[in-house]
Design a protein around this ligand. Structure first.
Ligand code: SF4
Length: 445
């Protein structure tokens, strides 16, 4: 009997990338490969990369170089780089990263086992980068690497919007919604396997179904998903603002399983900037949308992401953005400095903003948001939140930690529990007793 090869996966970037990594791991036959979380003992290390913005690319390259060292001082014999970075820079990477044995683009994930087998008899560096047309089929095995009670569910791949700063349509292709029944099948399987929380993801979840032959929408999908027995939380991530319908808002309000949470990347508020970004809708529509959401679902947690330093963003545009953040009081906010990505229309625009000004604007907006977030969290004191227990605090075993239904995994703050006991994966009622800028503290009631 041949010895199994140990494989370790490092997945960088967003949850959408993580799902791809999980598919690749699932596609490796267990008779030949064993998964390990310890890179030091891996024969094969796979780095699933992100190249969305400059910081992400830098992190990918640094991680590859760091892991390449393992080929000298540990047992790793094969370094494989997958995902967005090779998809985008297939020509340049081979020469710049000779330590890498195989490059695999975003369209070739299901072929991973076949490619690894091919490498055994093919010397030299190999590259498999084609059209970015992969769309996950639930009949492909997937190894859920998130804790057993939670999972991301990818409902579509690619994006047909054309925001002028964004390279994703080039890397991932146009929108390809997964067939309705396949998404439901995967959701049922996840719940049967113990998952209580499903986080729906896509580049834009509101676009779901627009490309399918039969009439299917996100709302239709949610109507079926909430019927799954055992599923407790359904969370909506990445919704394009103009795709949020009255029906969707009604479902968030009325369906108990749908978390009172939505992530709507707005990117900016100033009309001239939004126009240059190629975004649909302007300030009036955005403010109207926030008003509709808040009046229908007063306890809704709204997350957004904003870009500062987009070409041509004037002091006035930025001030408008600061004022907007102060007024709207987002519960969660991610701020990004504009990253000039070759191949995108925005990279060719005049009036690029200096890195120094971008950083200053970033810091200012984050400072404003820290104050907003602190105040939002103070308002929770005395309320009771449903909290999914995730384990012990990193600092002490005396403190449990978890997330409320209004906090998404990996990105939002946490709830620290100072009194009461529960098991990991339990959903319990917690009375909030204190708060900080981004986290809250409470007791099980
Ligand atoms: S909607 Fe999102 S993924 Fe699609 S082009 Fe715009 S920023 Fe990129």
């Amino acid at each position: 009997m041949s010895v199994k090869q140990k494989v370790s996966m490092v997945s960088l970037g967003c949850p959408k990338n993580l799902v791809d990594a999980e598919v690749m791991l699932g596609c490796l036959p267990s008779e030949e490969y064993e998964i390990t979380t310890d890179e030091k003992e891996a024969d094969i290390i796979i780095v699933n990369t992100c190249s969305f913005i400059r910081e992400a690319k830098q992190e990918s390259v640094d991680t590859i170089l760091d892991l390449a060292e393992r080929k000298h001082d540990a047992r790793c014999t094969l370094l494989v780089v997958t995902g967005c970075l090779p998809q985008r820079y297939q020509e340049e990477l081979g020469a710049e990263l000779p330590e890498v044995d195989i490059f695999i683009g975003t369209g070739e994930y299901p072929r991973i086992a076949e490619i690894l087998a091919e490498k055994r008899t093919t010397p030299g560096q190999l590259r498999y980068v084609g059209d970015p047309n992969f769309v996950f089929d639930p009949d492909l095995p997937r190894l859920n690497s998130s804790p057993s009670y939670t999972a991301y569910l990818k409902i579509a791949e690619g994006c047909s919007n054309r925001c002028s700063y964004c390279v994703i349509p080039t890397l991932r292709g146009d929108l390809r919604s997964r067939p309705f029944d396949q998404v439901l099948k995967e959701a049922r399987e996840l719940v049967a396997g113990g998952v209580k929380e499903i986080n729906l993801i896509a580049q834009d979840i509101t676009a779901y179904g627009r490309d399918l032959a039969e009439s299917r929408t996100l709302e239709m999908l949610l109507a079926e998903l909430v019927k799954i027995e055992g599923l407790q939380w359904l969370r909506l991530l990445y919704a394009y603002p103009d795709g949020i319908t009255d029906e969707l808002i009604r479902m968030i309000r009325d369906e108990e399983k749908i978390c009172k949470y939505i992530d709507i990347p707005l990117q900016h508020i100033s009309d001239p900037v939004l126009k240059k970004m190629g975004r649909r809708g302007g300030e009036i529509e955005i403010r109207r949308l926030i008003g509709r959401l808040r009046s229908a679902v007063p306890d809704l947690a709204i997350r957004t992401s904003l870009i500062v330093g987009f070409p041509g963003e004037s002091d006035d545009d930025f001030q408008r953005l600061v004022q907007f953040v102060e007024e709207v009081r987002f519960d969660r906010l991610g701020v990004f400095c504009y990253s000039r990505e070759e191949g995108t229309p925005a990279a060719e625009m005049d009036d690029q903003i200096t890195e120094r000004v971008k950083r200053l604007r970033y810091k200012k907006l984050m400072k404003v948001q820290a104050r907003v977030s602190f105040k939002q969290n103070r308002r929770l004191i005395g309320t009771v939140e449903q909290v999914l227990v995730e384990g012990y605090s990193d600092e002490t075993d005396l403190l449990l930690k978890g997330r409320s239904s209004r906090q998404a995994p990996d990105i939002d703050g946490l709830v620290y529990i100072t009194a009461g006991t529960a098991n990991v994966g339990d959903i319990v009622s917690v009375r909030v007793t204190d708060s900080s800028d981004y986290d809250v503290i409470g007791e099980i009631v």
